[in-house]
Design a protein around this ligand. Structure first.
Ligand SMILES: Cc1cc2nc3c(=O)[nH]c(=O)nc-3n(C[C@H](O)[C@H](O)[C@H](O)COP(=O)(O)OP(=O)(O)OC[C@H]3O[C@@H](n4cnc5c(N)ncnc54)[C@H](O)[C@@H]3O)c2cc1C
Length: 427
């Protein structure tokens, strides 16, 4: 049976126009702001340009001013936007806002959507997602969640310590994950709260200096100290936070992969251009076998990443959890993107390490992706456990089938005429 992997015309058209917008508007802006962390003024300028080009907010539904793409459609468009570090910011599909919009569309009440989703979708405000805590709190293992919210009259009081919260400085609101029942180590008992930026109980401690720079607003350590919020601040139902986190995390893992795949392609383009032009040992660099191997391996990594992303997105579009396929795709892509950028830098020699082309910056930006959205080790552990569980379940089913057919045979034999051979069909 033939499998049609072509995107529908409206998706292909949006992807094509996004690529053109990135080439003509975003890359020149990136060139002008090469070493700088993007400013709020630049964010607004690029978002205005994206709106004018008709490529803004491809992921949000039309009701909130977007193009309403499903996950497979996002795969095509986000990869094109990701070709520039500033592309996702321009289209309003950068982390963590894009994942938060997805979560709000799926879980928020109509009032919450008007108050938080609508201004987020238009780019009027930004947001953050506050889950991770310094040790011994939530990290790879979310069950270690230590931030607590206790009931007060008409609402909740949150106490906790978070860090690595991307974009928290300057965000209009935070989605804060806090424990409303149980103790650290329990698998349930978390609730998501919408906390406005002007809440005096939500405080920024410091900006954490990190390897990467391009995620807007940086990464922040923050405190929730006697942070009081009303009942309407609960996102979804109390104690269901871990379930809602899955609504956000599966798709968010994939959209990170899509964006970074764009950077991998960009890195490969830079390396191929260099390999085609640089003369070494009497031939083109690209005619030397080890360079060809590096280029081929990067093509394979890029193609395999795209295939795994599409498979996982297809499952998400079918309404499936996609737990296994998103974990596989995330682990592979995070490592493949690193390999591609690293090989590309090697092909370019000292030029690759310099600030004259973007490769050294790409290398710094992609490395943390092997840690956030679940470190590779956590995903491998989960992938293996699911695989072993499948094996155990299959064995149990085989044993149950064998028992059923043995019982059927025994019953048949009991019905069979005296002297009929074992296993003979009933008369
Ligand atoms: C750039 C960046 C941005 C981030 N943005 C946000 C954000 O906006 N909001 C937010 O809430 N969090 C954010 N995070 C935090 C991120 O989600 C956590 O770093 C991640 O969940 C890992 O948790 P941890 O750092 O506490 O590492 P730990 O949980 O301490 O894990 C340390 C290491 O243990 C290893 N490990 C993990 N599981 C296993 C296993 N099963 N078997 C063997 N080894 C294992 C891995 O190598 C892992 O790196 C961000 C992190 C980074 C780096």
């Amino acid at each position: 049976m033939a499998v049609d992997l072509a995107h529908p015309p409206h998706v292909a058209d949006l992807a094509r126009r996004t690529a053109q917008f990135v080439r003509e508007v975003v890359l020149p802006a990136e060139e002008r702001n090469r070493s700088a962390v993007p400013s709020e003024a630049l964010r607004r300028e690029l978002q205005d340009a994206a709106r004018a080009a008709g490529v803004f907010a491809p992921h949000v539904s039309a009701e909130y001013g977007g193009h309403g793409l499903d996950m497979r459609g996002r795969a095509a468009v986000f990869e094109e936007a990701g070709y520039s570090l500033l592309g996702p910011l321009a289209l309003n599909i950068a982390a963590p806002d894009e994942g938060n919009m997805h979560l709000l569309e799926a879980v928020a009440t109509e009032e919450q959507k008007e108050r938080y989703l609508r201004p987020l979708a238009t780019g009027e405000i930004r947001s953050c997602f506050a889950m991770t805590e310094p040790a011994p709190g939530a990290g790879s293992d979310p069950r270690a969640l230590a931030t607590r919210a206790e009931r007060i009259d008409g609402g909740w009081r949150i106490q906790g310590h978070k860090w690595f919260i991307t974009g928290a400085d300057g965000a209009g609101f935070a989605i804060c994950m806090a424990r409303t029942s149980g103790t650290p180590g329990d698998a349930g008992g978390a609730t998501m709260f919408l906390v406005d930026a002007d809440n005096p109980g939500m405080k920024i401690v410091r900006h954490i200096e990190t390897l990467d720079e391009s995620l807007f607003g940086g990464h922040v350590e923050m405190l929730f100290e006697n942070c009081e919020v009303p009942d309407e601040a609960v996102l979804g139902a109390v104690d269901q936070g871990f379930q809602y986190a899955q609504v956000r995390l599966g798709p968010a893992r994939m959209t990170h992969c899509m964006r970074w795949l764009g950077i991998a392609r960009h890195a490969q383009d830079l390396a191929v251009r260099r390999a085609a032009e640089r003369e070494l040992f009497g031939s083109r660099l690209g005619d030397l076998g080890m360079t060809q191997q590096a280029i081929a391996d990067s093509e394979i990594d890029i193609a395999a990443s795209r295939g795994l992303i599409l498979q996982a997105c297809w499952e998400l579009d079918q309404g499936r959890s996609g737990g296994q396929s998103t974990a596989i795709a995330k682990t592979f892509c995070a490592e493949a993107v690193w390999r591609v950028v690293d090989r590309s830098l090697q092909i370019c020699g000292a030029l690759g390490v310099s600030g004259d082309i973007a490769l050294s910056r790409f290398l710094r930006e992609v490395r943390p992706f092997r840690i956030y959205d679940g470190p590779s080790e956590t995903h491998r552990w989960a992938i293996a456990r699911r695989t072993l569980r499948r094996h155990t379940t299959a064995q149990a089913e085989t044993a149950a089938q064998a028992q059923t057919s043995a019982q059927a045979t025994a019953a048949t034999q009991a019905d069979a005429p005296a002297g009929a051979p074992a296993g003979a069909p009933a008369q």
